[in-house]
Design a protein around this ligand. Structure first.
Ligand SMILES: Nc1nc2c(ncn2[C@@H]2O[C@H](COP(=O)(O)OP(=O)(O)O[C@H]3O[C@H](CO)[C@@H](O)[C@H](O)[C@@H]3O)[C@@H](O)[C@H]2O)c(=O)[nH]1
Length: 227
């Protein structure tokens, strides 16, 4: 990294050896990105050695601590004033995430969230997303579509003002609600990305169940937080 980074890309990853190389090539091709940090959240595959070939830093957590904890560790080591979060499984689509930076760098937004077009969305996610969307509307009065998206750019100031960090998949929801309640400008940016499908097998069902529980417990915690 040269000098002080204006934009740090943070990529939380868990068992993404098959996809992380393409994702990192995509993130590397975004001209505004000054440093790339991968947080390997206790993967049991070759995520870390592969990531080391493309990232400026790879932080390896000793066990699987959850996506929220991984993002927090990434931010702790990042130098940028603007933080770009990208899921490790986006592969070549990751390069499109550069569009998330434009409103922040123009000072038109404090946080941007990627919204995938309905026809390109992955299967089985509707219920989890619907609950999150209704929860955000209920807590903030703001109607957003992509409240859970891991593809987002955030001004460091917004992240640092966050007082409640869900350790797992609730982190994006917590960040969305906090930013809206604190009066920050949040914009959704449509990105033409087709995400990989989550299986409709037992594992996929368990994954969605875990996400739903984390979304519900995050909403409950946010509701109970003192204003
Ligand atoms: N650090 C960390 N990252 C994880 C973990 N599990 C998954 N991830 C990373 O999180 C990304 C998304 O994981 P998926 O397993 O594909 O879940 P998804 O259904 O696409 O998740 C969607 O909803 C989540 C919130 O419920 C979002 O966090 C995510 O960005 C996306 O929108 C991937 O890059 C994956 O490596 C974990 O335990 N720890």
């Amino acid at each position: 990294m040269k000098g002080k980074a204006a934009v740090s890309a943070i990529i939380p990853a868990y068992n993404e050896a098959e996809r992380i190389e393409a994702t990192l090539e995509g993130v590397r091709s975004i001209p505004e990105v000054d440093e790339v940090i991968v947080v390997d959240d206790g993967s049991e595959d070759f995520t870390s050695p592969i990531a080391r070939r493309y990232a400026d830093s790879v932080i390896r957590l000793p066990s699987n601590c959850g996506k929220g904890t991984a993002m927090r560790e990434g931010v702790r080591c990042a130098a940028g004033e603007v933080l770009l979060f990208v899921d490790a499984d986006l592969k070549e689509h990751a390069k499109l995430c550069g569009s998330l930076l434009v409103p922040l760098l123009r000072k038109d937004a404090d946080m941007t969230i990627a919204r995938f077009p309905p026809s390109l969305r992955k299967g089985g996610f509707g219920l989890v997303k619907g609950v999150a969307r209704s929860g955000v509307l209920w807590l903030t009065g703001v109607k957003l579509d992509a409240t859970l998206s891991g593809q987002r750019a955030v001004r460091r100031e917004v992240w640092e003002s966050l007082d409640y960090f869900p350790a797992g998949f609730g982190v994006e929801l917590g960040l969305t609600v906090h930013a809206l309640q604190s009066g920050y400008t949040v914009r959704e940016v449509p990105l033409p990305i087709r995400h990989r499908e989550t299986g409709r097998d037992w594992q996929g069902f368990r994954h969605r169940g875990k996400q739903l529980m984390e979304v519900l417990s995050t909403l409950f915690r946010l509701w109970r937080l003192p204003a």
